[in-house]
Design a protein around this ligand. Structure first.
Ligand code: ZN
Length: 207
């Protein structure tokens, strides 16, 4: 369903959105290992203990792995059949690192789009979740980036993204509420404006 322009001034042509990308990151493993050792020492750890001796190196490598997204080709295909129902992938597992405590948050993502002229290879719906999750960020931004990515590469008639996650910074410390789910969503186009399409997506997510 086409949306009405929010501004009556039709001479203003909005700039096309930029392709969302993971911020370019260079990982200095040596410096990370040194810093991890310093952090452990500052926390009172005895690095001469056999089990801890190699921990700074393992920490550096573990974080490097968690923060290295796997690049992939955003392969799209023409929508030759004129498919005009929702394409939905639900319960895509993901993990990420929260920007405020560098503790993991993890859960599932549900991603949907209503095709326009292009469709996407199905595995890409899961890959895009992984791609943006391997980063230091807040869940709100992760949700928005996934939706923007689909918007940019597919120009679909609608996009719906829902993330449900448990944040260890909420479960283990602070308010200490294990099992609490934080839910964020980004809905564009028909999935935002058309009640029936939105309802269909949210029902599939709740299953
Ligand atoms: Zn946090």
């Amino acid at each position: 369903m086409p949306r009405e322009p929010s501004s009556p001034d039709l001479s203003v042509v909005p700039a096309p959105p930029a392709a969302p990308v993971v911020s370019g990151r260079e990982i200095d493993l040596e410096a990370a290992e040194q810093a991890a050792g310093d952090l452990l020492l500052a926390l009172g750890a005895d690095l001469d203990q056999e089990g801890l001796r190699d921990t700074p190196r393992r920490m550096a490598h573990a974080y490097a792995e968690l923060l290295t997204p796997k690049a992939f080709e955003p392969t799209t295909f023409p929508n030759e059949e004129g498919y005009d129902e929702l394409v939905v992938a639900t319960h895509i597992e993901f993990h990420s690192l929260c920007m405020h405590h560098l503790l993991p948050f993890h859960g599932v993502a549900h991603v949907a789009y209503l095709p326009g002229e292009r469709i996407l290879g199905l595995s890409k719906l899961a890959r895009v979740v992984d791609y943006f999750a391997r980063d230091i960020k807040v869940q709100e931004r992760l949700t928005k980036q996934d939706a923007d990515w689909l918007e940019y590469h597919l120009h679909p008639r609608g996009v719906g993204v829902v993330f449900e996650a448990e944040h260890l910074c909420m479960s283990l410390r602070g308010v200490k509420k294990p099992g609490t789910k934080t839910i964020t969503s980004a809905l564009h186009g028909c999935l935002r404006d058309d009640a029936r399409t939105r309802q269909e997506f949210l029902e599939l997510v709740r299953r």
